[in-house]
Design a protein around this ligand. Structure first.
Ligand SMILES: C[S@@+](CC[C@H](N)C(=O)[O-])C[C@H]1O[C@@H](n2cnc3c(N)ncnc32)[C@H](O)[C@@H]1O
Length: 246
């Protein structure tokens, strides 16, 4: 009988959504995977959710777990951004090939406007046999709906999720189509959005929550209070506009 060298078992790459900021909204699955991972990547962010994400990781990671903080490029050209992701993907691929389970944590849900999406793409390019498992998290907009008891959709109604960025036109057409609308990535456009909602006559069907689940969360059921909001009030915030009903 010939002795064949034992093949190393490949590790798994996990993307873990840790919810928007309330530690009670972490799933049991997220906790289990964090506790059993050999290495956890924590994306560093300029947003002050960093404390929440780091706390979750430190609370649940095993004592032998390697915790790696990663800063991702915010470069405006996509080539340098991709190179940056690719470097991290190479590192992760090496760990998976050595049999380690590696996790990457993201705020909210892992597959909604998250850096995890770019990393998965880069990892597939680097190591197409990589085993990838995503653990969904509670999205910020689900928590905002819950905090304000706002239905996200009823019966046959559609729901549009719009990252505001530089496009106010899409908001107007979604609202006038009669759909429910979730606005994310509001940032410095808050005052313009409030003015638009007033013009469309939907202020009384709109709610605003910033920093949902975090100690300094702000819930506004009357958006008139945001008319004179400063440039930073829209950071880490969601607005939901309910449909007029059927
Ligand atoms: C890069 S996206 C991440 C979305 C996240 N993956 C999710 O599922 O909610 C960032 C946007 O999510 C929203 N967001 C994330 N966390 C939030 C929170 N705790 N409170 C309110 N909005 C939040 C804001 O609209 C923010 O601009």
């Amino acid at each position: 009988m010939t002795n064949r060298p034992q093949e190393t078992k490949l590790g798994t790459f996990y993307g873990i959504g840790v919810g928007p900021g309330d530690p009670e909204l972490l799933t049991l699955k997220a906790i289990r995977v964090l506790s059993s991972s050999d290495c956890i990547y924590v994306p560093m962010s300029h947003l002050s959710t960093q404390d929440y994400v780091s706390e979750v990781v430190h609370d649940y990671a095993g004592s032998e777990c390697e915790i790696k903080e990663v800063t991702f490029s915010l470069a405006s050209d996509s080539t340098s951004r991709c190179q940056h992701w690719q470097q991290t993907a190479v590192e992760i691929a090496t760990k998976l090939q050595a049999g380690q389970d590696v996790a990457f944590v993201t705020l909210g849900d892992a597959l909604l406007y998250s850096t995890y999406i770019y990393l998965v793409r880069a990892l597939r390019k680097e190591f197409d046999a990589a085993r990838i498992e995503t653990v969904p998290g509670v999205s910020a907009f689900s928590l905002v709906a819950a905090l304000t008891n706002t239905p996200l959709g009823e019966g046959q109604q559609s729901l549009h999720v719009i990252p505001v960025a530089n496009n106010l036109v899409r908001i107007e057409s979604a609202i006038t189509s009669g759909a429910g609308v979730v606005l994310m990535k509001i940032g410095s456009r808050l005052r313009e959005i409030v003015a638009l909602l007033e013009q469309l006559n939907v202020l009384d069907r709109s709610v605003f929550v910033s920093r949902a689940g975090l100690p300094d969360q702000r819930v506004e059921l009357d958006l008139n209070h945001l008319r004179d909001a400063d440039e930073t009030t829209g950071n880490l915030a969601v607005i939901i506009v309910q449909t007029a009903g059927e």
